[in-house]
Write a protein that binds this ligand. Structure first.
Ligand code: IMP
Length: 209
């Protein structure tokens, strides 16, 4: 079975390929959007308007399943910060207000903004979790399924490490006492929200074939 992994993020694609590759039991071949030659369209920016990770992931999976005709998996992910009442959540990617840090990349701006918002929050109240929902759609049968993974941790006062992407330098895994940017890709995949969600998805695929 050819399975489309619908993401434009090279980091996510790499993590998911490793996670599914490592735990592979089902009979599927992973294809990326580039592999199936689906060019970028600005419509993609409006596929995630919903208030839950499940609805956003399903919206992306549905869109690309229709375009490709292939069984498709897409994920929506983000970070929920306790001191912000669970925000930014589904708005994680666009957390920093546009234009606020003109010299920074989007990831750098998001991290800077989060640190500023938590400036007065003491260590014991800086709990957070990464969340990932992988949604699968089979365009022929209409079968739909969601797989949720969460990774608990906390937001540090400054970044540490050079691995990973996004919020990883400021997100500490409390058990390891290291950030997701300070651990290897293998370690991150073993513990991360994406690892947990996609391993559950791999089990589902294995049960289907
Ligand atoms: P999405 O592409 O809508 O899922 O955006 C997810 C947002 O959460 C982006 O800002 C990512 O940088 C961030 N994010 C999701 N997963 C991770 C991760 O594993 N590490 C760091 N940031 C992440």
């Amino acid at each position: 079975m050819k399975l489309l992994l619908a993401t434009r993020s090279a980091h996510k694609a790499r993590e998911v390929a490793r996670i599914l590759g490592d735990g592979r039991r089902g009979d599927f071949r992973l294809a990326t959007l580039d592999d199936v030659a689906i060019p970028y369209s600005p419509v993609e920016e409006s596929l995630e308007p919903f208030d839950t990770f499940e609805e956003n992931a399903a919206s992306k999976a549905r869109y690309f399943a229709r375009l490709s005709g292939l069984p498709t998996v897409a994920d929506d992910s983000g970070i929920e910060v306790d001191a912000l009442g669970g925000r930014p959540g589904v708005r994680t990617k666009r957390f920093a207000p546009p234009g606020r840090y003109p010299d920074l990349s989007r990831d750098e701006a998001n991290n800077r903004y989060l640190l500023e918002r938590l400036d007065h929050v003491p260590a014991r109240e800086r709990g957070a979790r990464y969340v990932c929902v992988a949604s699968f759609i089979d365009p022929v049968s209409g079968e739909t399924a969601h797989f949720r993974g969460e990774a608990p941790g906390r937001i540090l006062r400054e970044g540490r490490g050079t691995g990973g992407f996004g919020y990883d330098p400021i997100f500490q895994d409390d058990e390891l006492q290291r950030t997701f940017a300070e651990i290897s890709e293998v370690e991150k995949n073993a513990r991360s929200h994406r690892g947990r969600a996609f391993r559950a998805f791999a089990e589902f695929l294995a049960g289907r074939s």
